[in-house]
Write a protein that binds this ligand. Sequence first.
Ligand SMILES: Cc1cc2nc3c(=O)[nH]c(=O)nc-3n(C[C@H](O)[C@H](O)[C@H](O)COP(=O)(O)O)c2cc1C
Length: 211
Amino acid sequence: MKLRLLPIVALMLPLIAFAAEVGDVVKFDAPPQKVGRDIMQAFTNRKSSTGFSGRPVPMKDLGNVLWAANGINRPESGMRTAPSALNKQDIDLYVFDQKSVYKYNPKDHSMNLVVKGDHRSLFTERMKTPIIILLVSDVSKFAGGMGTEDDHRRMGAFDAGIVSQNISLYCSALGIATRVRASMDGPGIQKLLGLSEKQIPMLNHAIGYNK
Ligand SMILES: Cc1cc2nc3c(=O)[nH]c(=O)nc-3n(C[C@H](O)[C@H](O)[C@H](O)COP(=O)(O)O)c2cc1C
């Protein structure tokens, strides 16, 4: 029995090692033009996961989720897959895994190491998800324009909601499980990542595969 499993385990090893041992910069491949399910199937299947297995998410799929979330879909203008109030592009994405925290760089479709270590306990981690994508709004980008600080915070929350829905639908299309959550240790996250009080953790997405 053990011997029969060996080839399967051997085949999976490079995938597991790559997910666990990425460098300071992870450059993703360009996103594909087509994925398995169409938009209607993605809507039909969208739901919040209630429990994740430990199965790692392949880097390729993570890159595609980040691009769908808030990547650049019009390279000539730098515009994004998600609209944003006044096109301020205020939402930054951070990826927390078992080894490190990375920040997504849409211009390069890559992610850069921010801090080492497993910091997933800053989120509601009853679920033990392999990956958490954090959505931070830099509401300072709305300053000097119209509205009050409350208005800026509202715009940041709206923009985070739109990015979140991009993630949910793309995950649904790909058969990846996710759950959006508002609960997290906001001040603890700001401290860890060196964020200002205007860079507000709005939502986070647990990402993985259903049990
Ligand atoms: C803004 C927002 C905040 C949420 N916060 C949490 C949360 O902190 N913890 C959690 O387990 N689920 C959270 N959820 C997920 C909801 O509980 C879930 O979407 C709802 O129960 C409906 O289930 P469905 O997504 O499968 O349709 C949140 C959802 C939204 C839209």
